[in-house]
Design a protein around this ligand. Structure first.
Ligand code: UD1
Length: 419
């Protein structure tokens, strides 16, 4: 059943919310439970569609999975090393299963991934990385087949920092005999969290969060209990929601150290932050000052907040330019924002956003996870009703967003979409 979200905009947000556990951190860490037989216990795993897909993949491989408040995996019974297209096509991150299967079984058969429609998203860096470690890769019938009987440590040099390939190689290398050096590694906090989990399992990793990661292969790993870090993208999204409505919200569990570039841009927009104990108060401005943004690998400004910031800047007091350097075709929200009255032109990889006096509600179509959030955010500021269609994209990555927004005073409801 398809659903849409109806937002009645124009109300400043106010109240308190708590940031959920990080989706992008949970996905690789849950998958890492394949790597050692035993009972794993994960805390702060968000309740999301992508997590359910991951649970499905682990179960299909033979693991016993319980996903209530705590996410429990018993990976002892895993006997299969093949991940089918049925599950992998739903989520690109499932390709991370390759590194985990290589570590446990020295072989893997994984379908080529689907996932968000974000231009071309190849896996060439992942495959090149595996080959540096002595893994023989072949492809047939849409499956990538890995023969890792000769797995060994090696020097992996990525052409550019990629989050997924860094995670995949981290998993494949921790049991590879000898030393592995990953150069030009991605530095995202989710990689640091994965390395923390793997280290607790017995891996020897140095330099996670830096450009060069060194891994000394170990012979065996054991199960762990692990608490997932807070979701910096969800946190950033709610900061933008507060800002666009000129509201004031109190946020708990905010990973401020992982949001330095984001909070800096929000400050430039006129947002004020006050830290009291563990809570962060976000105070939206009366007028939004325009800013220029370029998305970059961490610690630069995250591409996953590009779409929400585009919404914010549609009502700024002047012109802003957002340049997207990470993904091609990540401007699908722009024509939809224009339907709400925004003045935006796309010039190659940049969007030129001229602030307008205000947005007016209209029906809009979401087409990926982050752009669905950006359309809801625009709806919070628009006069009248904004209907965001195909909201299943949002459910992949934001935990009960409408409930959290409702508690902050937004008028938002989920209804059945007829077509
Ligand atoms: C992860 C995040 C996603 C975020 C992205 C960038 C998860 C589950 N997802 O995605 O939310 O938007 O990081 O911060 O953590 N590329 C190649 N070849 C490869 C691998 C990547 O060309 O082998 C390209 C991609 O097409 C893209 C860029 O590299 O243009 C960055 O991709 P990557 O960092 O790997 O993103 P993901 O891990 O897919």
């Amino acid at each position: 059943m398809l659903e849409k979200m109806i937002v009645e905009g124009g109300r400043p947000l106010s109240g308190e919310m708590t940031v959920s556990g990080s989706k992008n951190s949970a996905l690789p860490i849950l998958i890492a439970s394949i790597m050692a037989p035993g009972r794993f216990e994960f805390h702060d795993v968000p309740d999301l569609m992508d997590i359910h897909t991951t649970a499905g993949i682990l179960s299909e491989l033979g693991a016993e999975v319980e996903n209530h408040k705590t996410f429990i995996v018993d990976s002892t019974p895993i006997a299969s090393y093949e991940a089918s297209w049925e599950l992998v096509r739903k989520m690109r991150a499932s390709f991370l299963i390759m590194g985990a299967l290589i570590a446990r079984f020295r072989k893997a058969r994984v379908s080529l991934p689907g996932g968000c429609e974000l231009g071309l998203r190849p896996v060439d860096q992942h495959l090149k990385g595996f080959e540096y470690l002595g893994v023989k890769i072949s492809e047939e019938h849409g499956l990538v087949i890995a023969d890792a009987t000769g797995l060994h440590g090696g020097k992996v040099v990525f052409d550019f920092p990629t989050v997924g390939a860094t995670e995949n190689l981290l998993m494949a290398s921790v049991t590879a005999p000898g030393e592995t050096v990953i150069q030009n590694a991605a530095r995202e906090p989710e990689i640091v969290d994965l390395a923390r989990a793997l280290t607790a399992m017995g891996a020897r990793i140095e330099g996670a969060g830096e450009e060069t990661i060194r891994i000394q292969g170990v012979q065996s790993l054991s199960p762990i209990t692990h608490k997932i870090i807070p979701d910096r993208i969800e946190a950033g999204t709610f900061m933008v929601a507060a800002a666009i409505t000129g509201g004031t919200i109190i946020m708990n569990n905010v990973p401020t150290t992982m949001l330095v570039s984001v909070m800096e841009k929000l400050r430039e927009c006129g947002v004020r932050f006050e830290e009291t104990g563990d809570a962060l108060t976000v105070i939206g401005p009366k007028k939004i000052t325009p800013v220029d943004i370029e998305t970059l690998p961490y610690p630069g400004f995250p591409t996953d907040l590009q779409a929400p910031f585009t919404s914010l800047l549609t009502i700024a007091d002047g012109t802003s330019i957002i340049s997207e350097t990470i993904f091609e075709k990540r401007f699908a929200h722009v024509p939809e924002l224009i339907r709400l009255g925004a003045d935006i032109t796309i010039d190659g990889r940049s969007a030129v956003i001229k602030g307008t006096g205000g947005l007016l509600g209209a029906p809009v179509m979401s087409s990926d996870l982050r752009n669905s959030a950006s359309l809801i955010i625009a709806g919070l500021a628009a006069r009248g009703a904004t209907e965001v269609y195909r909201i299943y994209h949002l459910d992949r990555g934001y935990e009960r967003m409408e409930e959290k927004l409702s508690r902050l005073g937004a008028v938002i409801r989920r209804v059945r979409q007829d077509d």
